[in-house]
Design a protein around this ligand. Structure first.
Ligand SMILES: C[S@@+](CC[C@H](N)C(=O)[O-])C[C@H]1O[C@@H](n2cnc3c(N)ncnc32)[C@H](O)[C@@H]1O
Length: 233
């Protein structure tokens, strides 16, 4: 049992079982092993991965709704924070979006090997998911190291239900990105972002930027919308 994981989960009043610790650890084994043949993460040291992948992901737990809900993790890469959150909260239905096919294939394999029945993987681009029947179906969207906040607001608001929330994991540039996101928030009917400082050993200036969806997202045209033979498709 990793005492830091226990402590961080306890911030959300969530006791992590031995089985959950074992699954989190097994997930890191799979990530580190796969990383030898593909570029999933720059963090290869086991202790650093326990801190910067698992513990960092678990810092999101206090910001999740207490009741079962749906969560989309955008640009999931090797599965952070989506997979650790799915292990810690088996009652949450997690949708991992990762556009690189090889990475998405790793995610599918990991989800199967870990026996996670609450996780689905999509190898779409996040911009496209808002044009599917998953539009406005999520309570929570998470993202770490994917894009600047204005882009995350543009991408996540179409996916969120009214009242849902984007939880963007950011570093020291978080507050500056909040300034840059002012017009995107207005345009996308999102509330003013709230910055939550995060305490994690050996790290500084970690924040979670919370952006709630206030109202309907303006309609958008599909990325493929174009004028062909005089017709607007
Ligand atoms: C720097 S990695 C971060 C991965 C993971 N979230 C983490 O913190 O370790 C960014 C990931 O986002 C994915 N990505 C970037 N733009 C994307 C998009 N528009 N749609 C889906 N995935 C995207 C990339 O393929 C990459 O795997």
């Amino acid at each position: 049992m990793n005492p830091l994981w226990t402590e961080i989960a306890a911030r959300a009043a969530l006791p992590l079982s031995e089985a959950q610790h074992a699954l989190l650890s097994r997930y890191l084994d799979l990530l580190i092993e796969a990383n030898q043949t593909m570029n999933l993460t720059r963090i290869t040291d086991r202790a650093q991965a326990e801190l910067l992948h698992i513990a960092d992901s678990l810092t999101v737990l206090p910001f999740l709704p207490k009741k079962p809900h749906t969560l989309a993790d955008l640009g999931s890469g090797g599965g952070v924070p989506g997979i650790p959150l799915a292990i810690a909260r088996p009652d949450v239905r997690v949708f991992l979006v990762e556009s690189t096919k090889k990475k998405a294939a790793f995610l599918r394999k990991a989800v199967t090997e870990l026996g996670l029945t609450n996780v689905l993987v999509s190898d779409s681009r996040v911009e496209d998911v808002g044009h599917t029947d998953r539009r406005e179906t999520f309570d929570v969207v998470t993202a770490r190291a994917v894009a600047l906040l204005p882009w995350l607001v543009e991408w996540s608001m179409p996916l969120l239900k009214k009242g849902g929330v984007l939880l963007a994991m950011k570093g020291e540039r978080g507050p500056a990105e909040v300034e840059q996101a002012t017009s995107a928030c207005k345009r996308m009917n999102a509330d003013v972002p709230v910055i939550e400082p995060i305490s994690l050993p050996q790290t500084q200036n970690h924040v979670i930027v919370k952006v709630a969806k206030r109202g309907i997202t303006p309609p958008i045209y599909p990325r493929s919308a174009t004028v062909t033979k005089g017709k607007h498709l």
